[in-house]
Ligand binder design. Structure first.
Ligand code: LLP
Length: 410
């Protein structure tokens, strides 16, 4: 949904520089139609099966985005009490909310039980005990799946591998049957399914299929032990094309490989995040200064690692493009932010035309894990967010103020 018309870059039918003029920059901008298109492609792929597409709301937790997805029929994959709260506020039916995470607190478990979420994805034996006890006290029964670590290594950045042996996630593969047999004895636990999530930004179909095959083996042994599961939750993880030469499989390709492994009568849950909102959102940044130092050209923008931490944290690549076409000569440039750290960069060694002070650049595909991972580091107020629909741009989060920085301080 990004396109040059004459010399200006547009998102849908809105000129990006107009958004900057109206709301200021730096600013996060989302395309509603790209978001809807991404979600619909998941929904279509699931059409012949029973199940849910649960948006992984850690990816982007803006209330307007969540509301939109809830209205389209999404469920939610949550990872904290705060995320459950946001999702309930945004109108998700609790019977469509699943809850994973290795460190659920007693308060969070209580909150989830009181709100009758669809299920917990349990990640340890001790967590199972805690849920059983708390459910007992509340006189309710808790629906659970176990998150199984299938010991599959997807080819992605080490920080976002979760399904590999030795990571903190899930119940180790070899303990899966034992976990279910223990859960079967618990008075306040109802076993409803199985879950696995092997990692994020995965561009290859093979690890998804391998994980599915390993999960199928567990399901078969469980059935021999008289334990029948209703739901198979295959997690999220499908990557997006950050670079032009990358090719991401479609939801349909991934899902049909997975469906091929299992029986037809199961209910499926998928938990996509990045592939729903990643390429629907971008960070528009203002160029403050330019300088040459140590033989290198720097473009200093108003957006820093506190606004988008992915390049600093994962050396992630986001394409950077000026929002005005120019014939100016291209120069190898480091695009950096104003934070006092050398890791504060948006892109390194990029061939960019000479961009004038006060002009804008777009850091693309920042809709996932962009705003949701931002912080106020260096006492920088959080950025505003805008949602574009056709020729309309609507503010969906105000720019935070200096007063906001002191909120809750005593
Ligand atoms: N389900 C579970 C249990 C997860 O932990 C995650 C992401 C997802 C689903 C969604 O995965 P996705 O479809 O978005 O790949 N901050 C990192 C990514 C962290 C992923 C955490 N878990 C980044 O910016 O690349």
């Amino acid at each position: 949904m990004l396109r040059f018309r004459r010399n200006d870059l547009y998102i849908e039918r809105v000129k990006l520089s107009d958004i900057a003029k109206r709301y200021g920059a730096s600013i996060y901008i989302y395309s509603k139609n790209q978001l809807v298109k991404n979600f619909e492609s998941y929904k279509r792929a699931l059409v012949l099966r029973d199940g849910l597409i649960c948006f992984a709301c850690k990816t982007n937790s803006n209330g307007t985005i969540l509301k939109l997805l809830a209205k389209l029929g999404a469920g939610a994959d949550t990872t904290s009490g705060g995320e459950i709260y946001r999702c309930l506020k945004a109108g998700f039916n609790p019977s469509r909310i699943v809850y994973a995470g290795v460190g659920k607190t007693a308060e969070e478990i209580k909150y989830a039980l009181k709100n009758k979420i669809l299920m917990f994805n349990v990640e340890s034996f001790e967590e199972l005990d805690a849920i059983d006890k708390i459910a007992g006290k509340l006189k309710v029964r808790a629906n659970i799946s176990f998150r199984i670590n299938p010991h599959v290594d997807p080819d992605t950045h080490s920080h976002i591998v979760t399904g590999k042996k030795g990571t903190k996630f899930g119940i180790p593969y070899e303990d899966a049957i034992k976990a279910y047999l223990i859960a079967k004895q618990k008075k306040n636990i109802v076993i409803v399914g199985i879950h696995s999530h092997i990692g994020s930004q995965i561009l290859d179909i093979a690890p998804f299929k391998l994980a599915a095959q390993k999960i199928k083996k567990i399901i078969d042994s469980l059935e021999k032990n008289g334990i029948k599961l209703e739901y198979i939750n295959c997690g999220g993880g499908l990557g997006i094309e950050y670079k032009r030469d990358q090719k991401a499989p479609s939801p349909k390709q991934i899902m049909s490989e997975i469906f091929g492994v299992f029986d037809k009568n199961k209910k499926f849950i998928f938990e996509p995040g990045r592939s729903i909102i990643g390429n629907a959102g971008h960070l528009l940044a203002r160029v403050l200064y330019r300088k040459v130092s140590g033989g290198k050209s720097f473009l200093i923008t108003d957006a820093g690692m506190n606004d988008l931490i992915r390049p600093a944290l994962y050396e992630a690549y986001h394409e950077i493009t000026p929002v005005k076409k120019t014939n100016a000569k291209k120069v190898k440039t480091d695009v950096v932010g104003p934070i006092c750290e050398s890791g504060d960069f948006m892109g390194r060694d990029r061939m960019l035309p000479v961009i004038e002070q006060g002009d804008y650049i777009l850091i693309t595909c920042a809709g996932a894990y962009g705003a949701s991972m931002s912080s106020q580091y260096n006492s920088r107020p959080l950025l505003p967010e805008v949602l574009v629909d056709g020729n309309k741009a609507v503010l969906i989060r105000k720019r935070a103020t200096y007063e906001d920085l002191l909120l809750n301080e005593i």
